[in-house]
Design a protein around this ligand. Sequence first.
Ligand code: 0O2
Length: 226
Amino acid sequence: MLEQELHTSFVRQPNLPKDKDNVFNGESIEFDKMMMMYSCAIKEVATKLQVLNDELSITSKRNPIEFIKTRIKKPDSIATKLKKKGLPLSIETIRNHLNDVAGVRVICAFIDDIYKISDMLIAQDDVHLIKTKDYIKNPKMNGYRSYHLIVEVPVFFSDHKEQMRVEVQIRTIAMDFWASLEHQVKYKKDIKDAENIAYELRACADVINRTDFHMQAIRDSIVEIN
Ligand code: 0O2
């Protein structure tokens, strides 16, 4: 998913995909317009998260968010996902059936920050929560952990307002480290000893989970002392 990083001190937005012509040759302008709208939705959500982080850096004297990454799903990935769902390739099916064309990934130091940030985001009255998936409380079989939210936010254009869907993935630095490597393995063909690698990754995920909770307990004891 990682295409752009949004450090909390400055904003960099994803570039619009360049390979669209191979996939959407018939609806190119409409496709560009839709992707521009998703790109704007990413900006809205990323700004909301930055504002929360800035406020918390004053009120609780630390930044719960380490950094934010954003990405727009590539046209070929969009086409693959629609095909997998047995849906035709069109602007309408993308808008109605894909939740993750616009993606924001939030990286926190501690597990409790993940839930804090999520609660604060969905409490905002212009953020409409569509669904959550808690892969921290219910990790995937391969060891994947992360907290996923699908939200809708209003984006204001020159003559209308559009509700746009954004997938927000919130995870710790350690979970992100794990997911990045596992993602590489998933997309690499002809891996030797794939079964053993999956076993090793699963073992690392367990160690990382224990370490995340341990680090949080240490942080809590430091906070209590101060
Ligand atoms: P990419 O390349 O990251 O964009 P849905 O139709 O939304 O209910 P979906 O999309 O399968 O079903 O939802 P899910 O399980 O919430 O996964 C969405 C995204 O989470 C994935 O996007 C990944 O970014 C991430 N993810 C989920 N499971 C795993 C995993 O096992 N390992 C890693 N590394 N990432 C995972 P995409 O579209 O798969 O890919």
